[in-house]
Design a binder for this molecule. Sequence first.
Ligand SMILES: Nc1ncnc2c1ncn2[C@@H]1O[C@H](COP(=O)(O)OP(=O)(O)OP(=O)(O)O)[C@@H](O)[C@H]1O
Length: 845
Amino acid sequence: MAPQPTGRTRPTKPKKPQRNNKRKRDDVDVEALESAVAELDPKATYTTFAELPLSEPTREGLKSAHFSTLTDIQAKAVPLALKGRDILGAAKTGSGKTLAFLIPVLENLYRAQCIGGDAGLGAMVISPTRELAIQIFEVLRTIGRKGHIFAAGLVIGGKSLREEQDALARMNIVVCTPGRILQHLSQTAAFNVDNLRMLVLDEADRILDMGFSRDLDAIIEYLPTDRQTLLFSATQTKKVGDLARLSLRDPEYVSVHEAATAATPATLQQNYVLTPIPEKLDTLWSFITSSKKSKILVFLSSGKQVRFVYEAFRHMQPGIPLLHLHGRQKQTARLDITDRFRRAQHSCLFATDVVARGIDFPAVDWVVQVDCPEDADTYIHRVGRTARYEREGRAVLFLDPSEEEGMLKRLEQKRVPIERISVRGKKQISVKKQVQSMCFQDPQLKYLGQKAFASYTRSLHVQKDREVFDLQKYDLEGFAASLGLPGAPRIKFLRADAEEVKRRKNAPRMGPEVDDDVSADGDDEEGEMGVERVKVDEKNGVRTKVKVDEKNGVRTKYDRMFERKNQDVLAEHYAKMVKTDGDAGGEDVDMSRLDGEQAVDDDLFDVKRRIPAGEGSPVPSLSDIDDADEASVTGDPATGTSRTVHLAGAKDPLIIDSKRREKLLKSKKKLLKLKDKGSRVVFDDEGLPHQVYEMQDDEAFRSKGAAEEQRRQYVDAEAERVREQDGRDKVLAKEKKREKREKRKERERAAEEEEEDGVEKGEDDGTGVGLLGGEDAMANFLADAQASGSDFEEEADVEVEEQPPKKQKKWFQKDVRRDSDDEVGAGKEIGTFDELEAEAARLLG
Ligand SMILES: Nc1ncnc2c1ncn2[C@@H]1O[C@H](COP(=O)(O)OP(=O)(O)OP(=O)(O)O)[C@@H](O)[C@H]1O
């Protein structure tokens, strides 16, 4: 087939004959290739790329990237895909699935001469994450750089929509994420997918699952049904529903691990350590500090966990470069970090599942899963970041005792071989005290700790697999302490199970009866602990809400208010720390900065704090108060107790125990609210003041009606006034809430725009959209490819470089529990593969 005219003219004449020559050569190529592919036997065994009918540019590209031998999945899938078959490809992590679909993409489009702007989009490759899309695009550039002239692009967001729109109209191959491509399909008029020949889903099971299903279904609506579809994943399934959704035509299921004994690479050694969640950080720290000469990838369940652990460990300087990566970072930062980790020889990257799938970091020694993965598939993908393409690797999973049984069952079902080990006693270092002290001194860190606690707890709460994750069984209080927190932040869903909530709701209807049934911790604060009941005063029939507590009996709201003891801070151990610090250094600890931090934006928190005074504490001195002449202060700032300010004109003393109150005290306007409104007085003949009623004579009083009636009228009028004011307050509160919400949204919008701007201004590394081919674009592509080529080769060298096996640190020992019955192996520590092999050989006799 003749190449499609591109509609663009070259600026210089001499190049024209060359292009014509090339086209003629391509015509010949294409015909020969077509017949070779027609004759190809997809069931035959192929071992090298040379045996396959591939175009010259692809051959050259593969050669320049040092790919010569086919991996199993490539040997099985490429011939079928070249022949136009739909494929469901399943192969272990790191087994070369990317080339298994990219080679057919290049080849099938080449043979169809789907080149240039007029040909339209020929292939769409969808990846679940931006990082993976970028990686796929890089591989495409690598093998396509030697003579292919397709226009290929990356559409993953992070660039302005307009810029992507212009490029999309000319693309032949697009690598994209589902959300962004859908946006273009619905908004970019010039984006024509009518000629689409191939659709590829990498990590197909992920793209087909709940999170992406709606986007995917919408995308499919736009695409022609007459196309070839390739689905690949290490955890591929054959769900009939999915096949129907994608209109696969008689798909070939290509699995290279269905018959294998394990679903994970044979070169991967997998272990788990039982570590209750309060010990996790200790175990992780011990592990990292004893593996400083390694490349370690640590998985945590949320970005907040990642940030906290990174910040805490960074301060403690473990002696190995630390990096962190999560989805909330800016795209440029994410790219920079993945790139740094890629290049690092020794480094530890704390990450969320954003890099759990598909990412090909070279030479990772260890994958450590600090937080249990949500399912066995996630486990398989996470550990797959090591032991890639015939390399060795090790993976350690931290399991809370409550997770052990359930998770092991899940892993067994998926054929994941895993053995228990335990940390060697003398290697286990506790960092609890350091973390606590750091959190104490650094409010930012403490804040991160709170967020980490909440997000981790939430992640447990939302887990579907209750056999593995049972929230009730975790030591959350201990976990909070390990994060340096004074106590577990109160989290709404932890407060009570559904039953309790229901009971609480019904409680007022139960009348005056006092129920003993209260939750264990009657600590404080309405709502969360103890049960609210309505108490009816027998004399006047007034109903008051009271809280019932086992220890303290019936308490009113006001009782509770005055009983509160530093609920912000102080679990006992924290109080001790305050004391110790003070004693040692002779200085009070500055807690005042904590106040702002404590205004946790996460609605999960129910943390209301009181700040002990100290240097810079919120307890004001008289000089701090504008109205000093109208106020007197009692209480001792040095001891850190809250102080009381007696305002002239105010009925009740004002207890200063928070920054908010301190602020209030500095504002004259607000203070006015606290003062009594004043009352009208009348003066007698001698000029002495009296209340109005004192000056009324008996007769005048009686003329207004019976005393009781007057009292009732007065009470009614006041009640009405209060009701009206209450209504106004509610409206005001609603209004303020709305304003706050809008401001927050505004901020988020601004942040997003800023991010986009950053990329538009060229802060991006240039991978946002990259045109590879077409007429003029071809020159760009070649230049780009050459520029990136050197980098790639460096990386490729790293991949293939023969490295002397690193001596693995003996951070752990074989699990004593399992070995205790085994006389031969008892007590012997196995730290390296060599030792493991030697031990196995010895056992076998
Ligand atoms: N034929 C080959 N010869 C040599 N190396 C290869 C070959 N094919 C792939 N590789 C290398 O193997 C590594 C893993 O490949 P790839 O990322 O495609 O694996 P994958 O199966 O997609 O893994 P995952 O399931 O984790 O996504 C890469 O570094 C790649 O360069």
